[in-house]
Design a protein around this ligand. Structure first.
Ligand code: SER
Length: 313
């Protein structure tokens, strides 16, 4: 049975991933960690520890004490916050990843690190965006993610650490909110629709980005770490996507559930520029071929499920 440590357990991904890992591998085998204390949902269902992942010693002790053979390193600063405080984004994203990789090298643990559509930049082919292509991101978040991908590949080829990663698109979920990204509108829009029947969007109506519903993202996180290493040509990191959404298109779908829903626009130039620098459609065929990636939710299925769980339909 795997022994797993998760950093950033209280975040948008972690709050979904930890319960699923506990279901699969046993409550006691999954140590949830976060820089903050989390609610009892987390701390009572299995082991929990406050952990600042930028402190190598603390990460080392936690991995050793839990005897973790796998680390899901989710703690990170996202794109919009990263533009507000680029030095903080560099510090948190790079220092914590380096700490995790060093501990993994010493302890022989496997490491999952999420990468992002944010690794791509204005020179990248947009539709489709190939697995291997020009990157050159223009955000600090993207720079840390490209550096992170390279560092993870380096630890694999140089030291034999089993590093794996996914380039996630915008992730849509209810529950813990996303932590300050450019794709947050695709979550906020559901709360706006249910609570007020309206939403003011910070991106333009036609700003198209790749998206994925969280249950698919969780299956991808587990699927990549369970994949047969002999089949993996790529490691850090695979393009994965499930749907391409613009605010206008998702608003139309939401109107099927909330007929009077209205959307208006107050465009934030920083986040609009970030969205314009990112792909319109990822080519995720490498993930499909190398480890069988296949999403279950398209826009209609995701929207219906979101409303069902948020108490709308
Ligand atoms: N959702 C992230 C962001 O918008 C992209 O990986 O920053």
């Amino acid at each position: 049975m795997k022994r797993i440590l998760v950093t950033g357990a209280g975040g948008q991904i972690g709050s979904w991933l930890v319960p699923r890992l506990r279901e699969l591998y046993g409550d006691a085998n999954v140590l949830a960690t976060d820089v903050r204390h989390l609610g009892s949902d987390f701390t009572e269902a299995g082991p929990f520890q406050v952990l600042d992942a930028t402190h190598p010693k603390a990460v080392g002790q936690a991995v050793m004490r839990h005897d973790a053979d796998t680390i899901y390193h989710l703690a990170a600063i996202l794109s919009a916050i990263g533009e507000r405080d680029p030095r903080l984004a560099w510090h948190i994203n790079m220092t914590s990843l380096e700490a995790v990789l060093e501990v993994a090298r010493e302890q022989g643990s496997a490491v999952f690190t999420p990468s992002s559509i944010g690794v791509f930049g204005p020179d990248t082919p947009k539709d489709p965006t190939p697995q291997d292509t020009v990157m050159r991101p223009t955000t600090m978040y993207g720079i840390t993610k490209v550096a992170g991908e390279l560092l993870c590949d380096y630890y694999h080829t140089r030291f034999g650490v089993d590093t794996r990663g996914l380039r996630f698109p915008g992730l849509i979920s209810y529950g813990a909110p996303p932590g300050g990204g450019t794709t947050d509108w695709a979550v906020e829009i559901f709360y706006g629709a249910l609570e007020e029947g309206r939403y003011t969007c910070f991106l333009a109506p036609e700003a198209q980005l790749d998206m994925m519903y969280m249950p698919d993202a969780i299956e991808a996180l587990i699927g990549i770490m369970e994949a047969d290493p002999d089949r993996l040509v790529h490691r850090n990191a695979f393009n994965v996507t499930a749907m391409q959404l613009s605010p206008r298109i998702l608003a139309e779908e939401i109107r099927k559930h909330v007929p009077d829903f209205t959307i208006d626009y107050e465009i934030d130039p920083v986040r609009q520029a970030i969205a314009e620098s990112w792909p319109d459609r990822l080519d995720d065929s490498a993930a499909r071929t190398e480890w069988g990636w296949s999403p279950r939710y398209d826009m209609a299925a995701m929207t219906a499920d979101m409303f069902a769980h948020m108490g709308g339909d």
